[in-house]
Design a protein around this ligand. Sequence first.
Ligand code: PAP
Length: 326
Amino acid sequence: MALASDKQANEENELLLSLPKERGLGAGPYLHLFQDFWCPSFYFPGVNNFQKHFHAKDSDVFVASFPKSGTTWLKALTFVIVNHQRFSSFDHHPLLSSNPHELVSFPEFILSHDFDDQILSLSNMTEPRLLATHLPFPSLPKSIAKSNCKIIYICRNPFDTFVSAWEFFTKKSSVSSHALTFEEAFEKYCNGIMGFGPWWSHMLGYWNESITRPNKVLFLKYEDLKEDAVFHVKRMVEFLDIPITQGEETTAVIENIINLCRFEKMKDLEVNKSGEIDNIAEKKNFFRKGKIGDWINYFSPSMIEKLSKIIEEKLSGSGLSFKLHS
Ligand code: PAP
């Protein structure tokens, strides 16, 4: 087994060395152009193991996102919904004592280390398994597309996503390409170079899939969730087909779920104020401002013009558009 994994590690290293690489916002020193997306060095072994060894089950639920689009929030909401039978008391809910990233793992991350243990713990997870991914749709393990498992995708307007990523990835040098200035990181982002990017192909991959297979992919936007959480959380519940009422009004239960996952509430929890997630990011950095439109405090007029044009160009004809202000 050790020899086989040494061989695989060598092959991965050789492959990594052969790929185009760039600095950009993402975990690890470089981003590598792999299968048409910019894979952070940090995730490369895990992405390979995920693609090669993960077997989806029909009951699996995936939370998918481009980084900094609302992953933490969606993990929390989905965790509460999926586990509603197991944890029906919101006064003693696991979300009050664990960060959403501790409750919902990214296989592409955990499979990058302790492979044998992690693949075993994934296959032994209680069903339905709730997992998350930042991988673009075409790079997901084939069994995810083929099985009846469900995917809830969240995206966010590209202006706020960039600012959120900038603030996050430049906070801790071990996860960032700290050598970049704001302007340099922005140029890269405009060229699609950020971990798991280009952001436009990431969004469009899931968007198109949600149109052709609406029972497979539910497509959400951060801004919509902020504006009318009840409506969109109801959509999530219906999509997952999970009974969440036990004699109570559906809307009342949904309001309680939303309240438990509210930005201010989560940011204020002791568990989210200190400590790190897997040694790469401080928990508190997952809860910064949680607003729509903070980008206005960062962008110059020429940057606004440039990114607006790119959004127009890349998304035109797709039917996908964003709200930029609250
Ligand atoms: P990830 O992809 O690395 O997990 P992700 O959770 O997608 O990160 O992005 C973090 C953003 O979501 C932060 O946005 P900001 O930088 O503009 O503030 C964070 O504040 C926001 N966020 C985290 N939790 C919530 C929540 N419960 N409600 C709304 N926004 C949230």
